[in-house]
Design a protein around this ligand. Structure first.
Ligand code: PLP
Length: 427
């Protein structure tokens, strides 16, 4: 049903039917409660509190210096050569992959790189396969008029897709959108899982050779610098070199260096595709600011500063995720209907609140997962995002806790006391 204004000001069907981010909607509701004076433990948003997690000091200094050096005119459309070179070195050092600077595109955060990948590879109605839960693929499909096919994943596989789930859909697909470590779950692809998928993609592309457009993989690894306790990150090209022709990588500084507001991201892949992505974005103008690009280039080349920052940053993130995880394991042992998956990467923890059908102290039955989310918010003052906001079914009992704004273990203790009290009231 269109509003009166929308009825008069008719716009494109795509824009009219575009829905906003479900996570931002929830975060806004939570912020409204906070504004009204309620104390809420808000672990919804995949962002950082800069007072808890500042960007590297060296990066701040380099950005200020670049502005003082008047690096304020247009950057090169595909990114400043110094940054493309620094990214090429960073990729070689951290992922053992060889990509030349001309195979790298710099964008204003990772989002434009994702958008450009969709716009470059897909025609309207082309099929994109992506797992659910996952982050925002539905919106990128909508923007590029593609058809999304969601593959529902299971907790037993840590919510990562197996080849067998994808296989029935590959024949008609143009692209698969993957992310590892995954937002919202904080889990990663195992080597075996990803190898089997690469083998399927290569087999499918062998079948298509010369007759149909290839099947591509967009591989988003924005959280790949944040891995814990011996967890390994795998990528399609390291596992199967022939995947190089079909893989577009997405990365950036937003999550690795707590720099979500600095807006520097990148893509790398086959040069022809990267050039077409740059051409699309040159009209959008989604470049990272020139001063930030020059600063990030110097920062990334300072490998000692990068490694020192990451070590300490990862340690702080992991401490929080582990404290939450241990607390949930403890609640489960006490017999509450909760569960949790051990953290592997990113800034997220997967937890389960299996509480539908339970009765509150006021005698009201929690009828559905939406009521469970509300109960947690009102009684435990805990705000977390249900997996339904990432494409899982409305009755999925799984949730994402994000620790980017968590002040530390004391705060976790406080909220877990409230949570246990709220759970103990249910019968
Ligand atoms: C998986 C994933 N990719 C990309 C992004 C976008 O990052 P950026 O802030 O660099 O645009 C996010 C942000 O939450 C994300 O979770």
């Amino acid at each position: 049903m269109l509003t009166a204004e929308a009825n008069t000001l008719r716009i494109s069907t795509m824009a009219e039917s575009l829905i906003g981010s479900e996570i931002i909607k929830l975060a806004n509701e939570v912020n409204e409660l906070i504004r009204r004076g309620e104390k809420i433990y808000n672990f919804t948003i995949g962002d950082f509190d800069p007072a808890v997690f500042p960007i590297p000091h060296l990066l701040t200094d380099l950005i200020i210096k670049a502005y003082k050096d008047e690096q304020t005119n247009y950057p090169a459309a595909n990114g400043m050569p110094v940054l493309r070179t620094a990214v090429s070195h960073f990729v070689s050092r951290t992922k053992q992959l060889d990509y030349l600077p001309e195979e790298v595109l710099i964008t204003s955060g990772s989002r434009p790189a994702i958008y450009a990948t969709f716009k470059t590879l897909l025609d309207p109605e082309d099929v994109v396969i992506y797992p659910s839960p996952s982050w925002n693929n539905n919106h990128y499909c909508h923007l590029s008029l593609a058809k999304g096919v969601m593959i529902e994943t299971q907790p037993e596989q840590f919510f990562m897709p197996d080849a067998s789930l994808l296989e029935p859909h590959l024949k008609n697909a143009r692209m698969i959108a993957f992310c590892s470590p995954l937002n919202p779950t904080g889990t990663v692809f195992s080597k075996k899982q990803l190898e089997s998928i690469c083998d399927l993609v290569l087999q499918e592309n062998e079948r298509r050779k010369g007759t149909e457009k290839p099947l591509y993989v967009m591989y988003d690894q924005v959280y790949s610098s944040l891995l814990f306790e011996g967890t390994k990150h795998y990528n399609p090209v390291s596992l199967r070199s022939a995947m190089r022709d079909y893989t577009i990588f997405i990365n950036g500084i937003s999550k690795s260096f707590a720099a979500t507001g600095v807006r520097v991201g990148w893509a790398y892949g086959p040069k022809y595709i990267i050039n077409r992505m740059a051409a699309i974005l040159s009209h959008v103008g989604a470049w990272a600011p020139k001063a930030e690009q020059i600063a990030v280039a110097s920062f990334l080349e300072n490998t000692k500063s990068v490694d020192t920052y990451l070590e300490q940053f990862k340690d702080e993130i992991y401490k929080r995720l582990k404290a939450f995880h241990d607390a949930f394991v403890n609640l489960k042992l006490k017999g509450y209907n909760v569960d949790c998956i051990a953290p592997q990467g990113a800034i997220y923890l997967t937890v389960k609140f299996d509480l539908t059908g339970k009765k509150t102290a006021e005698g009201k039955t929690l009828q559905n997962q939406g009521e469970v989310t509300s109960y947690l918010l009102k009684k435990a003052t805990l705000a977390v995002v249900p997996f339904s906001a990432f494409g899982a079914s409305q009755n999925s009992p799984w949730y994402r806790i994000s620790v980017g704004t968590c002040t530390g273990e004391n705060q976790i203790k406080e909220v877990m006391v409230k949570l246990e009290a709220a759970l103990s009231e249910l019968s």
